[in-house]
Design a protein around this ligand. Structure first.
Ligand code: FES
Length: 126
């Protein structure tokens, strides 16, 4: 499932909605601008965000097994560190994004790659 956020173009923060929309220990894919981002909520409540597709063969990382600061791709079980993006195979890594919880909402800081669309910006709630 791909969820669209609301984005504040001035602060470059994207509100991805209530944190409990992602069950503990699972991930969910969001469309931020024109980039798909996988957001993970560990069982301890920590949030992480990475590119949505596995660099090996495009597996959907949000459907992977999450825990101990890592996600295991559901297709071929390659493991990615959610803080650094590093993989057990040195030639593969995923892009990570800054994300945190603010008053029960998932808030992502946009980098230069992530540009809000006009529709997302109109819906900004910050
Ligand atoms: S597609 Fe992710 S490990 Fe192969």
């Amino acid at each position: 499932m791909v969820e669209a956020p609301t984005i504040d173009a001035v602060t470059r923060k994207a509100n991805l909605g209530r944190v409990d929309r992602i069950p503990l220990g699972q991930g969910l894919t969001f469309l931020v601008g024109d980039v798909e981002v996988a957001v993970f909520r560990q069982r301890d409540g920590q949030l992480f965000a990475t590119q949505s597709r596995c660099p090996h063969r495009q597996g959907p990382l949000a459907d992977g097994v999450v825990g101990a600061g890592a996600v295991v791709c559901p297709l071929h079980a390659k493991k990615f560190d959610l803080k650094t993006g590093h993989c057990s195979e040195k030639t593969l890594c995923v892009k990570t994004y800054a994300i945190h919880e603010d008053a029960g909402n998932i808030v992502m800081t946009l980098d230069s790659e992530l540009k809000p669309s006009p529709l997302e910006t109109m819906n900004a709630t910050f």
